[in-house]
Design a protein. Structure first.
Length: 97
């Protein structure tokens, strides 16, 4: 049977540190900081490379979409230039007299 201890172990919900507290006085006896879940240098480098590749892909897609849009606008403009002679001249207000 485990012996009773006057200490309580509490895990902080904010920083996930483990505190050892004296049960009667409420004094913090020990603090164990959480272990860092850090990445190794190689993992961080790979993550940066993946993000760079993703950004490059998104840029290429946006550039292609913009080129396509500009081609459509240019086609509409050329069509309007062909039909400009079909339009009637608007009557100027000075010509009504």
């Amino acid at each position: 049977m485990p012996k009773k201890s006057d200490n309580l172990t509490v895990k902080c919900p904010c920083c996930e540190a483990v505190l050892t507290v004296h049960a009667t006085s409420g004094e913090v006896l020990f603090t164990e900081k959480p272990k860092k879940k850090g990445l190794s240098f190689e993992d961080a480098l790979q993550q940066v490379q993946r993000e760079k590749d993703t950004a490059d892909d998104r840029f290429r897609d946006a550039f292609a979409k913009e080129e396509s849009r500009m081609k459509t606008v240019e086609d509409k403009f050329q069509e309007a230039l062909k039909r400009k002679d079909e339009l009637e001249e608007p009557i100027r207000p000075l010509d009504w007299d």
